[in-house]
Design a protein around this ligand. Structure first.
Ligand code: ATP
Length: 245
């Protein structure tokens, strides 16, 4: 595979096997900086496995190359941000959004007195996802969409080179989905990061995605989102409205 100028992460012939089963087979993929890539495919296609592989949680053969561009003087490897499908927690917890940031970002107990600059830092992070009003709200009282935006704000600390979103707004109402993806779209242009999202709703996201990948253990199609959707429908590989179309 050729080197590519704006490639952030490159998978070369990546294969993942677990318990005698092949979960991913010969994956070749470029994830570009300043682009949003949608991963689509039926249930059990290996989409989450692909993310877990990128996160270093799965053993694989082949190569995953993280490119650092010449003008970036980095002394560390690429930073990966991750937003899961949902967060499982006790909804009656008294924890606030600020407490959650404190627990995740500060190396001290959340009951210890924090300095005011940390609160300012969290406010800034929440502003980026249009959620600064929720800094002192209990996380159990946040709506599904708000909670996902809190997780997005956390995934941006520190700013990642690669941002992975695993069906981050499934079960969120239409307005919440719109707001989430508008924010993601803004982040792409602002920070030049490579964003990869898993979705079963490619039709609704085509306008913000630069490329789409149809996955079912192998890469079955790759290209413009509308072309990949068409291919997915032809190959009966895509769920539309809860059924294969
Ligand atoms: N650690 C593991 N050990 C064994 N099998 C696994 C493991 N992780 C995933 N699998 C299997 O790999 C296949 C792909 O799973 P994966 O969760 O990646 O699919 P997916 O495309 O994300 O599915 P969905 O759309 O339903 O979320 C499934 O058959 C799953 O049971």
């Amino acid at each position: 595979m050729n080197e590519c100028k704006f490639c952030c992460t490159e998978l070369r012939d990546v294969t993942v096997c677990k318990e005698g089963m092949t979960l991913l087979e010969h994956i070749n993929l470029h994830l570009h900086c300043n682009e949003i890539t949608a991963i689509v495919g039926p249930n059990g296609a290996g989409k989450t496995t692909l993310f877990r592989t990128l996160l270093g949680e799965m053993h694989y053969t082949g190569e995953i190359k993280q490119h650092i561009h010449k003008n970036e003087k980095k002394t560390h490897g690429p930073i990966i941000g991750y937003v899961p499908q949902h967060l499982n927690f006790d909804r009656t917890t008294p924890l606030t959004t600020l407490d959650l940031f404190t627990a995740c970002m500060q190396k001290r107990p959340i009951w210890a007195k924090m300095n005011t600059s940390f609160r300012e830092e969290v406010l800034k992070a929440l502003k980026e996802v249009k959620l600064d009003y929720a800094i002192d709200r209990k996380i159990g009282l946040l709506s599904g969409g708000e909670l996902q935006r809190v997780l997005l704000a956390l995934a941006l600390q520190p700013k990642p080179d690669l941002l992975l979103l695993d069906e981050p707004i499934s079960g969120v109402d239409v307005n919440g989905q719109k707001l989430f993806y508008e924010t993601v779209h803004d982040l792409k242009s602002k920070y030049h990061m490579a964003i990869v999202l898993i979705t079963h709703e490619i039709e609704a996201l085509e306008h913000i995605c630069d490329q789409a990948v149809l996955l079912n253990k192998k890469v079955l199609a790759i290209g413009k989102p509308e072309e990949v959707r068409e291919e997915a429908v032809n190959q009966k590989q895509l769920y539309v409205g809860g059924r294969i179309r």
